[in-house]
Write a protein that binds this ligand. Structure first.
Ligand code: SAM
Length: 226
């Protein structure tokens, strides 16, 4: 997932494309999150064992990192390949609960106090897709709950880049515009996305968002229970 390369297979919001990605590419973004994510959790989230949903968990590295910190973790991804691999990488007896599901098409019966994602909505190349994801986060988060997000950040208009073959670098304005119907912003910070110099240490936006109490009409998905 190196910016500007053409080596990453095309993918968008389709599970089959992500399955192909996990089949034929090394998940270069897969690593424990940098300290800022732990700091945001400690500062803003309810303490462990609070329930946290890792939405778009990939190979489960962040989910296991959360479980190591005693959060009660549900981790979901719509790529069967990713979840199979995540389960293989998870020690027997681990409390992480994995689910294969499309987060844009589910409504959990018991929404979460904290929904976290790393490197997920930034794969949306258009405003419409970004809003679809923000609405989905709002359905998964209970009113007053938190969405903690890490994704590619454009530091200026000139730096903004919508691409379908990797992360889309969005300006703060574009990001806030996509989430404003359902969330208020508690904290924003720019920090490296990951820890690998020259691979994942590109600028990312870390955001803590509070789900508004009033229920805006959501674009309704094909409703199934989480
Ligand atoms: C760049 S990876 C990041 C994975 C993980 N969060 C990490 O930090 O390593 C993006 C992940 O989002 C998942 N994803 C994208 N759209 C999704 C959706 N609509 N529902 C569930 N998972 C989705 C993909 O399958 C992929 O595993």
């Amino acid at each position: 997932m190196v910016r500007g390369t053409t080596t990453v297979p095309l993918r968008s919001l389709h599970a089959a494309e992500w399955d192909r990605t996990y089949d034929c590419a090394i998940a270069g973004w897969d690593e424990e999150p940098p300290p800022v994510l732990g700091e945001f959790l400690a500062e803003h989230a309810p303490p462990p064992p609070a329930r946290v949903l890792d939405a778009g968990c990939g190979l489960g590295t962040t989910a296991r990192w959360l479980a190591d910190r005693s959060y009660t973790v549900t981790a979901c991804d719509f790529s069967v390949q990713a979840i199979n691999e995540a389960r293989l990488r998870t020690a027997a007896g681990s409390p992480v609960r994995y689910e294969v599901l499309d987060v844009t098409a589910h409504v959990p019966p018991n929404p979460f106090p904290v929904v976290l994602d790393r490197g997920v909505p930034h794969t949306c190349p258009t405003d419409r897709e970004r809003r679809t994801f923000a609405a989905a986060r709002a359905r998964m988060c209970r009113p007053g709950g938190l969405w903690i997000h890490a994704g590619a950040a454009a530091l200026s208009e000139a730096d903004a880049l919508d691409q379908s073959a990797g992360p889309s670098w969005t300006t703060e304005e574009t990001f806030l515009d996509a989430v404003a119907a359902w969330f208020t912003v508690l904290a924003l910070r720019i920090a490296d996305f990951g820890r690998q110099v020259g691979v994942t240490n590109w600028p990312a936006r870390y955001a803590v968002l509070r789900r508004k109490e009033d229920r805006k009409p959501f674009p309704r998905p094909d409703v199934r229970a989480l």
